[in-house]
Each structure stands twice: as structure tokens, then as C-alpha cells.
Write a protein that binds this ligand. Structure first.
Ligand code: DPP
Ligand code: ZN
Length: 844
């Protein structure tokens, strides 16, 4: 397959001045008529007229009214065109009902919908399907479906038709169309500029009761973007549509966001607190794209992080403001380590701005999104809040209406601050997670911290340069008082020292506060010091981090040396659990054990070969020891965290429920699930119901509850995804693959629905001891299903291949088993470009 390079970028030879589209919808034969005004692009030299087009049946094409016969070439067509401006008209036929890849125009549950990012528009009509070609769109939809939607403002509608006009020039990836039998939850919002905006969430009849929370989140997002970034909405209407079959979470199409129904529909009975928080964040994320993504878009797909990193950063800020900054930061770092560090330290590692790809869909990754957001956070830390705000104002002023690059983005910071950011730019071009080694010395009242940075090789990048690393540090004395408040150390060299003078005694350092850079900190430390920081650190992130480091050290010694659970750790845990001055959400996080994946990653990083079975056994032993150590406290804490009255998804109540469910998990190890069974029976919301079921399944009980859960919820697709997923996620190592396999035979296993497929196989892949069971059954089962899904939906198949990305961590037997499965997949005739690229990279 052909590789595309960032360095090959050239602008398209023509500008698009206007696009008119007419859709005559029919499941098997939709007609799409396009009328597109092109003019030569003065900024380009290459006048080749090439339009992308895939899986289209061209019925007719005309230039300035005269029929032409274009030349079909790989991925599209070419034609001879006049020297000046001209009108291109074409009619194509497509079959949305046969489109199982869920890219382009397709059908889901009887409705028509689209997904064009990144390169789906070329499956709708012939077009220069690249983000730097921006145009205004007018769309006419002809269909007997009652609701017909497209981007922009409505122009008019009648029996069987509707017309929409989007006045804001946009790239084709932001095009959207929806036609269906839908009902709306409506509201209004008046912008700070005085624009009265109609808001709608469109859902299938029956789901209208699950829209209120999403609508509220949308209005809070609109207000927040005005207050914090000075950005107002710019159309008279904003529509969100919920779709059951969707490859990603949601899509920011201009004025017509399309959402995976799992990321917008919410009700107390069917959604957990985590669902509510995620829905709020995704609604905000897609809304924030209106400025960071839509008004200012990307010149090419290599610049994906320009919109995604920034928009993730913005949605993280929003969630922090709405809920708790400390808890949000810890959650984000858990995600970063669990997904991005894993990626960055394996065969799929790539820079935040990649330099080549075969299939761009394979680069919607944790690195582009989550590490991309970390880079924005580091920039903000380095330049300060005031300069960050000024730079963002300049970015919006300077680049509004443009398709921009990372160079443009960094230039606004350089212009505002006078800094040279060329070294900082390495974060965008060099992959891999830097290791930051710390040494310390104390002499004559001067405390010196010496840092050494190094980044291991990643595919195609054997040697790395030193990066700019913002290190936030605070110092405590031995009473826990802060003698040096949080200070920014700006590291630019490979090895660098920083001094703190005039100290009366050796301080206790709190390093990398708030996780100020996406690095792996390597520092010799005692568990006494970790316990001290867990008790005293004033930085909530590092307070949590100290507890986590302690737990990891204990677990590592249990795994490697067969040591018992360290009583000092259990003591420290008790103190946190008891500390009523701490936010329950924080306590729930502090009481959570490091994940088995986290331990495997850490062992591998320390040069050991992780054994998933031993890790699991040690984790179970530690969990049991924790339960016993906290025995006296658990019932009281459980009762204290009870939230009376009707369910509310607010952060405070959610934090209490999180702690209550964490406590329940421990209690269940002592009472054979009695408390969990009571909680299950009494639950009036999904958080408590699912929390109870998870506790029961973890101790290999809950058979009756699992059956009852099915009977209660079998008509609700989103709840059934939880039912499928939880059984696999909680299965014991030797039972996981068989549990997943049996579920694939269930009548409700609709494998062509990405949510259902991910519920089973995503859960298998994130149950490390189950997936990596020495039998190899997990590997073989996943490979079977990837082979089956690939011809139907390459994008979701390719995404799921990352389950195998850690294979080189493991022993020779497991590596052999995995390699055999990877090769079996790769040898399938007709394997998609998406999956071929992923497997090839994993095997390299
Ligand atoms: N819809 C995806 C997102 O918002 C891709 N743009 O991140
Ligand atoms: Zn996004």
C-alpha cells in the first residue's frame, strides 16, 4: 500500500468557491448531484485536476454544461478543465444500505447518516477531499423521511424535501447529512453576541427521555467557551443526532454533530456516573471543535493534533472547572499512562505529528489526542496563563477561516512571548516517552536536584534529542510544611542541575507536580518517604502519585520476590481511607489498586519480563490483604458514603458513589458478596447496580444477578453493551476467553455494531491475565473475529489490533502464540489497507 508523506504536501491547483449538493435518498440507490464552482488557485502551480472518489457509480459529468468523459485513476478521476473558473457537475449513485464500514453515507437503525472525517466524503461524491479545500455548502435533501438535516442554517423545507445552507467555508470532512424518523429535545441559547440559537438533540422515538443531561452539558459548554476563550457560536441552529452504529465517539460536523448514542444518551437508570462525565466531556469536546477544528482547521491530516490536542486540552479544562481539577488530572494521567505510554513504548509509537501514514484512520490515537493535549498543557505551563490567553486570542484572530499547521500554532506563541520554540517543537516530531532520572544532594544549606533525560528509540527514530521539560517542584520539611511552594524548573539540556539555597535541613521534594510533563520519572525513593508524601503533599496529584508509587512498589516486590503485602502500605491506606478532609472522589482514586496493565508496563520498563498470571495473583492477594486491613473501617465508610434522595449526576454525589463502590469491592472479599447483593437489589441507578454486579463477578459470584440484569435490560442496547462487557472484564484468567466466546453466540451479539463488538473484545483485551492466558485462547479468539470483521468494517478492526501492541513485552511462548495470530491475520486475502498497516507495524 502507498505511503503518504508530510514532506510531499502541495496545495491543490484549484479553489472551490461554492458547492451545491442534491441528495435523492434511497437505501440501495441514492443519487447525489453535485454542482461545484472551481477556480485556479493562485497559490498553487500544479494544475492537474484530480477529484477523489471511491465506491461511486458515475452517471454523468459536465464542465460548464458540456458532458465530458473523465479518466478514472487510482482513488478518483482526472479531467481536462478550462484555464479560468468553471462549473463542475456530476451525478453519482451510491448504496447507503450496503455501507457496513460506517464511513461516507450509511444507514443505521433505518436512518441515513454520514461520517466523513477523515476521508469519507469521497464515498459520497467526487471532490477534492482534503482539509485545505474550504467552501460554502448548500444542500438539498429529497426523501420521505420526516426529519432531514444538514450543516448550517435551514433555507426551507416542504413535503419530501429540505434545504440547508452553511455560510462558513469548511472542508468536506465536516459535511454531514441525517434523514430519519427522529424526535428532538429542544432548547435555546443566547450567545454573548446576542445571537438566539436553536438547540436540538435528535434521537429515535423512545429515547427522548435521555437527552436532558446532554442538552444541559451543551449549554454549559457554550457558556464556558465564551467566558474562558471568548468564543461564541456562529449559526442560528445547533443540532446533535444520536446514532447507534458509529465507529468513534462523536463527530464535530459544522452545526450538525453526530454522536455515538453511547456518548450522548443518559439517564440515571441506564447510565453510570462515569457515563455522565464522559458524555459531558464529549459534548464539550465536539462543541469546542467549532472554533478549534472548524473555524480554524488543519492544512493536512498530519496536523491532526492541531485540532485534537488543543480540543482535548480544552475539554479537560472544562471538566476540571465543572468538577474537580485534582480528580480530573489524576484521571487524565491514568488514561495517558494506560493508553498513550503503552503506545509510545511499543511498535505503534509515532510522533504527535506523524510524518507518514498509509491510512489516516489509524492515527486517531492516544498519542495524537492525549499526548497532543499534554503538549498544550506544557506550553501553557512554560509561558504562563496570561501569555497563553494572549497567544490563543492571536491564534483565533490570525487564522480564522484558515487551514493551519503546527508551525502556525507555535508561531503565535513565539510572537506573543518572544521565545524561540524550536526545541519545544521536538515534542511534535520525536516519538517516545522521555525518562527523567533524578539525583539529589544536600550540602551547606543548598539542595540540588540533578535531572538526566533520555528517550528510548522508537520505530524509525533511533536517536532522540533533549527536549524542553517543564518540571514543577515543591519542597516540604519533615513536619509536612511547605518550605518551597511550587516552582517551575525549565529543563532544556540532557543533564541539568537546579539549586535551592538557604535551607536549614534536607527537604523532602515533591517532583513533577500536577504531572507537568508526559515523562517517566525515575527516582530512588523509600516507602517511608512515599507514605510521608501521601500524607502531607499539598499538590493533590503528587499526593495521589505517592500512594500509587507505594502500591506499585509493594506489588512489584510481591511479584518478584514473593514478599507479603507491606504493613506500612496498609497503614498508609487506612489513613487515606479515614481522612474525612479528603474529597471522596480523591479517596476512591487513592484506594484503587494500580492496574495489572500498569504493573506489566512498569516491570517491562525495568527490564523484566512480566508474567500476566503472576501479576494477577499478586494483585488478588494484595486486594485481599487490603480488604482485611481495612476490615473495621469498611462498613462504616460504606454507610457514610450513602447518598440519600433521588439520583443526581453531580461530581459530589458521584464521588461518594465512587468511594462506596470501591469499598464494596473490598467488602465483597470478606462477606462473600452479601453487601453487594443487597446493593444490587436496592439500586435505583445504574452506578450502584453495575457497581454491585462488578463486585459480585470479580469474586466469581453473581450468576443470578447477571441473569436478572439481562431480563431487566435486554431492550436497551447501551445497557446490554455493559452486560456483555462486564462479564468479560471481570472473568477469571482461565475463563475470560471462553466467556467472550460464549457471548459471541448470544442472540444479542450484533457483531456489526461497533459498540457491541468493542464491549466483548475491548473488554477481553483489557483483561490482561485473561487475554494473555498461556493457552493462547484469547489471542486466537480475537484474531478469528478481527478476520471476520475486517471486510465489513476495516476501521474498527484496525483500531482493535492495538490489543496486540504490547506483545514484545512477554515471554517467548506468548510472543510465539501472538506472532502466529498476527501472521494469520496478515495472510488473509483481501485484508483491508487499515488492518494491513496496523499488523505490519506491530510485527516490525
Ligand atoms: N470526532 C472525532 C473527535 O472529535 C474526530 N474529529 O475527536
Ligand atoms: Zn476531536
Amino acid at each position: 500500500p502507498q505511503k503518504i508523506y508530510l514532506s510531499d504536501y502541495t496545495p491543490f491547483g484549484y479553489r472551490v468557491e461554492e458547492v451545491h449538493l442534491t441528495f435523492r435518498l434511497a437505501p440501495e440507490a441514492t443519487r447525489v448531484l453535485s454542482r461545484i464552482r472551481f477556480a485556479p488557485n493562485p497559490e498553487a502551480t500544479d494544475r492537474r485536476f484530480f477529484l477523489h472518489g471511491e465506491q461511486l457509480k458515475l452517471l454523468s459529468a459536465r464542465i460548464d454544461g458540456a458532458p465530458i468523459t473523465p479518466r478514472f485513476v487510482d482513488g478518483g478521476l482526472e479531467a481536462d478543465v478550462p484555464d479560468g473558473p468553471f462549473l463542475w457537475e456530476a451525478e453519482v449513485e451510491i448504496a447507503p444500505a450496503k455501507n457496513t464500514a460506517l464511513e461516507g453515507l450509511y444507514m443505521s437503525g433505518g436512518m441515513y447518516c454520514t461520517q466523513c472525517e477523515a476521508e469519507g466524503f469521497r464515498k459520497i461524491t467526487y471532490y477534492p477531499d482534503r482539509p485545505d479545500v474550504m467552501a460554502t455548502f448548500t444542500v438539498r435533501i429529497e426523501s420521505d423521511m420526516p426529519v432531514l438535516l444538514s450543516n448550517g442554517n435551514p433555507l426551507g423545507k416542504g413535503a419530501g424535501w429540505a434545504e440547508w445552507h452553511d455560510p462558513w467555508p469548511k472542508p468536506s470532512y465536516l459535511f454531514a447529512l441525517v434523514a430519519g424518523d427522529l424526535v428532538n429535545h429542544a432548547d435555546r441559547f443566547t450567545t454573548m453576541e446576542g445571537r438566539d440559537v436553536e438547540l436540538n438533540i435528535w434521537v429515535r422515538p423512545g429515547d427522548e427521555g435521555k437527552c436532558a443531561f446532554g442538552m444541559d452539558a451543551l449549554k454549559r459548554s457554550m457558556k464556558w467557551d465564551e467566558e474562558v476563550y471568548g468564543r461564541a457560536y456562529d449559526l442560528d441552529i445547533f443540532n446533535i443526532v444520536a446514532v447507534d452504529d458509529f465507529n468513534m465517539g462523536a463527530m464535530e460536523n459544522k452545526g450538525l454533530n453526530i454522536f455515538n448514542s453511547s456518548c450522548v444518551l443518559a439517564s440515571p437508570e441506564t447510565s453510570t456516573d462515569a457515563n455522565f462525565e464522559r458524555i459531558e466531556a464529549i459534548i464539550a469536546h465536539e462543541y469546542f471543535h467549532n472554533w478549534t477544528g472548524n473555524r480554524i482547521t488543519c492544512r493536512d491530516w498530519f496536523q491532526l493534533c492541531l485540532k485534537e490536542g488543543l480540543t482535548v486540552f480544552r475539554d479537560q479544562q472544562f471538566t476540571g472547572d465543572q468538577r474537580s481539577h485534582a480528580v480530573k488530572r489524576i484521571d487524565d494521567v491514568l488514561t495517558l499512562r494506560g493508553r498513550q505510554f503503552r503506545e509510545d513504548n511499543g511498535p505503534l509509537a509515532h510522533p504527535v505529528r506523524p510524518e507518514s501514514f498509509v491510512e489516516i484512520n489509524n492515527f486517531y490515537t492516544a498519542t495524537v489526542y492525549e499526548k497532543g493535549a499534554e503538549l498544550i498543557g506544557m506550553l501553557k505551563t512554560l509561558v504562563g496563563d496570561a501569555a497563553y490567553k494572549e497567544a490563543l486570542d492571536l491564534y483565533f484572530r490570525r487564522h480564522d477561516g484558515q487551514a493551519a499547521t503546527i508551525e502556525d500554532w507555535l508561531k503565535v506563541f513565539e510572537d506573543v512571548t518572544g521565545r524561540d520554540l524550536s526545541q519545544f517543537k521536538l515534542w511534535y516530531s520525536q516519538a517516545g516517552t522521555p525518562r527523567l532520572k533524578v539525583e539529589e544532594a544536600f550540602e551547606n544549606g543548598t539542595y540540588t536536584l540533578t535531572f538526566t533525560q533520555s528517550t528510548p528509540p522508537t520505530p524509525g527514530q533511533p536517536v532522540k534529542d533533549p527536549k524542553v521539560i517543564p518540571i514543577l517542584v515543591g519542597l516540604l520539611d519533615d513536619t509536612g510544611a511547605e518550605i518551597q511552594p511550587t516552582t517551575l524548573l525549565e529543563m532544556t539540556q540532557e543533564r541539568q542541575s537546579f539549586c535551592f539555597e538557604g535551607l536549614s535541613a534536607r527537604p523532602i521534594p515533591s517532583i513533577l507536580r500536577n504531572f507537568s510533563a508526559p515523562v517517566i520519572l525515575q527516582r530512588e525513593s523509600s516507602n517511608a518517604e512515599r507514605a510521608f508524601l501521601l500524607a502531607h503533599d499539598t499538590d493533590p496529584f503528587n499526593k495521589w502519585e505517592a500512594g500509587r508509587a507505594l502500591a506499585k512498589d509493594v506489588l512489584t516486590r510481591m511479584i518478584c520476590d514473593g514478599a507479603p503485602a507491606d504493613p506500612a502500605y496498609l497503614d498508609a491506606l487506612q489513613r487515606v481511607a479515614r481522612d474525612d478532609s479528603l474529597d471522596p472522589a480523591f479517596r476512591a482514586l487513592a484506594l484503587r489498586q494500580p492496574s495489572e496493565e500498569d504493573i506489566a508496563q512498569t516491570l517491562f520498563d525495568a527490564g523484566r519480563t512480566p508474567d500476566p498470571a503472576r501479576i494477577h495473583d499478586a494483585a488478588e492477594t494484595l486486594a485481599q490483604a487490603r480488604a482485611e486491613a481495612l476490615q473495621d473501617l469498611l462498613p462504616r465508610l460504606y454507610a457514610e458514603m450513602h447518598v440519600p434522595g433521588p439520583y443526581s449526576p453531580d461530581a459530589k454525589a458521584a464521588g461518594k458513589r465512587a468511594l462506596q463502590n470501591t469499598v464494596l469491592g473490598l467488602l465483597s472479599r470478606l462477606d462473600s458478596g452479601e453487601a453487594a447483593r443487597r446493593q444490587y437489589a436496592a439500586a435505583d441507578n445504574m452506578t450502584m447496580q453495575l457497581g454491585a454486579l462488578a463486585s459480585l463477578l470479580t469474586i466469581e459470584r453473581g450468576r443470578a444477578e447477571t441473569a436478572a440484569f439481562y431480563d431487566q435490560w435486554k431492550a436497551d442496547r447501551l445497557v446490554m453493551d455493559k452486560w456483555f462487557g462486564l462479564q468479560v472484564a471481570c472473568a477469571a484468567p482461565e475463563a475470560a476467553a471462553e466467556t467472550a466466546r460464549a457471548l459471541t453466540e448470544h442472540a444479542d451479539f450484533d457483531w456489526k455494531n461497533p459498540n457491541r463488538f468493542r464491549a466483548v473484545f475491548g473488554s477481553l483485551a483489557t483483561n490482561p491475565a485473561g487475554f494473555h492466558h498461556e493457552s493462547g485462547a484469547g489471542y486466537a479468539l480475537l484474531a478469528d473475529w478481527l478476520i471476520r470483521l475486517d471486510p465489513v468494517n476495516p476501521q474498527t478492526t484496525a483500531r482493535m489490533c492495538s490489543a496486540f501492541e504490547t506483545w514484545r513485552r512477554y515471554d517467548a511462548d506468548r510472543q510465539g502464540l501472538i506472532r502466529a495470530q498476527l501472521e494469520r491475520i496478515l495472510n488473509q486475502p483481501g485484508l483491508s489497507r487499515d488492518t494491513t498497516e496496523m499488523i505490519t507495524r506491530i510485527l516490525e
